[in-house]
Design a protein around this ligand. Structure first.
Ligand SMILES: *Cc1c(COP(=O)(O)O)cnc(C)c1O
Length: 359
């Protein structure tokens, strides 16, 4: 039996995608083999990947001056690849520090260049984002990096920072494809697939042409954007099954009405849960109201001693993986694209009943 899976990642995938993958498992495109068993350089696979890129480009409205790269090593690999590709050894780079994932990106960048912290939200316990008009970027910085959605803290920027021409780099792992986005505001976007795209093992990089071809010497071949662009992301064997599933997810998103429609649904899902939490007098959201994530919604019970049994009883009711991140505790409901409204309604009904019994 399928459950409602609120995991932050790897995460829920759309049921029609899983069903199609099941149906094609033994015989993909009439070849008598699964997609995992065919050559990545074969005609069928190359055409499938080209279609996946076309679909992603049309979904996100990616302008023609951008390359789309399908890489490996996760978003964590990009913590390294970004400074190696975009900044020379002596360069200054700007970072916004808004939580655990941006903190990890900063620690890695410090191994490669001089990091200037433009904003730092530790005073609030990383429950806020900086005000747009408070950001002072470093003139001449090689790039400015931020994490639009902090998957663990549940903090999301309600705006795209204006860097005044410095290339803006975004770790979009947990919010890519959740709503429309103006890609032309960015120099580079990267996103691990296992949150809102597909299985783990694939990371997507969308990079503006003028930022490709500047990798410092010593950059690993598989993370050199220029080489990977030249080879069509096929310098070596790509994660073929992950690419296949990602392609199915892009098609599913188009059938769902594209990012405008999906974004409206995501907004409604998040609003339903936040509204219930805020009016319950029993649950609370730790995040400032103006920067609450639509994708990852942490919450607490006013009496934290009840949280363990909350998660256990929820799991018995088919609402699984609601435990908060091990560093923060509490609960977290991740409402990625593939989580239907029915899942959020079931969660709210369970929370109401739990409160009635234990509140
Ligand atoms: C999950 C996540 C990462 C880490 O992804 P890996 O694929 O495990 O390297 C980095 N940044 C954000 C925002 C994430 O949500």
């Amino acid at each position: 039996m399928r459950v409602f899976n609120f995991s932050a990642g790897p995460a829920v995938l759309p049921l029609p995608v899983l069903e199609q993958a099941r149906d094609e498992m033994l015989d993909w495109q009439g070849g008598g083999m699964s997609v995992m068993e065919v050559s990545h350089r074969g005609k069928a696979f190359v055409a499938m990947l080209a279609q996946a890129e076309t679909d992603l480009r049309s979904l996100m409205g990616i302008p023609s001056g951008y390359r789309v790269l399908f890489l490996q090593g996760g978003a964590t690999g990009q913590f390294t690849a970004v400074p190696m590709n975009l900044a020379s050894a002596g360069a200054v780079v700007d970072y916004l520090d808004t939580g655990i994932w941006s903190g990890k990106a900063i620690a890695e960048a410090r191994r490669f260049c001089t990091v200037n912290i433009v904003a730092e939200e530790s005073a609030s316990g990383y429950t806020t984002v900086p005000r747009a008009d408070s950001l002072r970027f470093t003139p001449g910085a090689a790039y400015a990096h931020y994490t639009p959605n902090e998957t663990i803290g549940g903090v999301e920027f309600p705006y795209v920072p204006d860097t005044g021409g410095i290339p803006l780099v975004a770790d979009l792992s947990s919010t890519i494809l959740s709503r429309p986005l103006d890609v032309s505001r960015f120099g580079l976007i990267y996103a691990g697939a296992q949150k809102n795209i597909g299985p783990a093992g694939l990371v997507i990089v969308i990079v503006r042409d003028d930022l490709v071809g500047k990798a410092r010497s010593g950059t690993p071949l598989i993370w050199d954007y220029a080489l990977m662009a030249k080879e069509g992301s096929m310098l070596n064997t790509p994660p073929t099954f992950g690419l296949y599933i990602a392609g199915l997810v892009f098609r599913w998103l188009k059938a769902e009405g594209g990012l405008e429609a999906v974004g409206e649904r995501n907004r409604a899902k998040a609003r339903l849960l936040y509204d219930f939490i805020d009016h319950s007098g029993f649950y609370r959201s730790p995040v400032a109201p103006d920067c609450r994530s639509w994708m990852n919604l942490p919450f607490r019970i006013v009496d934290p001693a009840l949280e363990r049994s909350f998660c256990a009883l929820a799991a018995e009711a088919g609402l699984v993986n609601l435990e908060g991140h091990r560093l923060l505790g509490g609960m977290r409901a991740s409402l990625y694209n593939a989580m239907p409204m029915a899942g959020v309604e079931a969660l709210v009904a369970f929370m109401r009943e739990f409160q009635r019994r234990y509140g």
